[in-house]
Design a protein around this ligand. Structure first.
Ligand code: SF4
Ligand code: SF4
Length: 295
């Protein structure tokens, strides 16, 4: 089976040099206040966000995830079967990032993965039906970026460390692997239902809404969560996000990753029977339905 490359470029429309590097590759780059192109990259954005990016930013801004998504993001089609990703929504009527200020990034300590990586692009690859991925890197060279002209040699590994991307990569690994598996799985998995796609979006990006779903009677009646997991996911956004990635393996690929309650199937069948009977009754007794017979 062939490797399926998935390119995660901070600026997907940019010319990514086709040559792949490992972390030991030495580059020469420096971005600092006072450089001639200061803020040029933030003035014309195309920034894909990871679930962990959303958590960091919504926490910093003290917003709910739903409000953050509404105010700062737009959805886009990440994958041909309709799995959605999100990007930053630029300023009204413009192309600049809403967090750009003359002095620089106003959310610098919590800036997204793509902003940290630039001008390096992470290239993830995986084999079909596997979750393990391998990472390589490419260099993005855009004409406006003068950072490449500065003599400051360092390896990609050193640059990643300097930019604090390891934590971001670790936290988003489960999400990246879901996307890679979906992209390379082909017709065996098929197109997820609208409900599954909505569930993917909520579990990945709208952690506060997903928590409400996990707290709901329907979820609690269907799935068995041990006390410790329940406590963690209710108290901690990151734990809830990771739980969401686990749950989505079940939703998208039918893997049993969250134990179901013993009586869940019986309760579901009973409920379906009740619904069916209700529909039959409505068919017989609902005058509106009866009237339809004469049209
Ligand atoms: S979040 Fe910060 S670094 Fe990233 S595009 Fe916006 S202003 Fe630039
Ligand atoms: S050096 Fe590159 S990354 Fe830094 S501000 Fe200029 S365009 Fe942006």
């Amino acid at each position: 089976m062939a490797d399926t490359p998935h390119i995660e470029s901070p600026f997907p429309s940019s010319p990514v040099m086709p040559k792949l590097f490992d972390g030991g590759k030495t580059i020469s780059f420096s971005c600092h206040k006072g450089i001639g192109c200061w803020n040029a990259c933030c003035a014309n954005i195309d920034i894909t966000l990871t679930p962990y990016d959303v958590l960091r930013l919504k926490t910093r801004l003290e917003m709910t995830s739903s409000d953050f998504l509404r105010q700062y993001t737009v959805p886009y089609e990440l994958e041909k079967d309709g799995i959605a990703g999100i990007k930053f929504k630029p300023v009204e009527g413009g192309t600049a990032c809403q967090f750009m200020r003359p002095e620089g990034c106003s959310v610098y300590e919590d800036r997204p993965t793509a902003c940290r990586y630039y001008p390096v692009a992470l290239i993830s690859m995986r084999r079909q039906d596997e979750y393990t991925d391998t990472s390589s890197y490419a260099l993005v060279k855009e004409p406006h970026c003068k950072g490449h002209e500065v003599e400051r040699p360092l390896t990609i590994d050193e640059y990643r460390q300097e930019q604090g991307v390891a934590e971001y990569d670790d936290q988003s690994r489960g999400w990246r692997q879901l996307i890679l598996k979906k992209m390379s799985s082909g017709p065996t998995i098929g197109k997820p239902s609208l409900r599954s796609r909505q569930m993917y979006f909520m579990a990945c990006y709208d952690v506060d809404l997903f928590r409400e779903f996990v707290r709901s009677e329907g979820f609690q009646n269907a799935f068995e969560l041990d006390e410790e997991t329940s406590r963690q996911v209710m108290e901690d956004d990151v734990a809830m996000m990771q739980f969401g990635f686990r749950f989505l393996k079940q939703v998208l690929f039918g893997e049993v990753t969250i134990p179901t309650r013993e009586d869940a199937v019986r309760v579901r069948e009973q409920r379906l029977r009740e619904l069916h009977e209700l529909q039959i009754k409505r068919r017989v007794y609902d005058p509106a339905d009866e009237a339809l017979e004469y049209i």
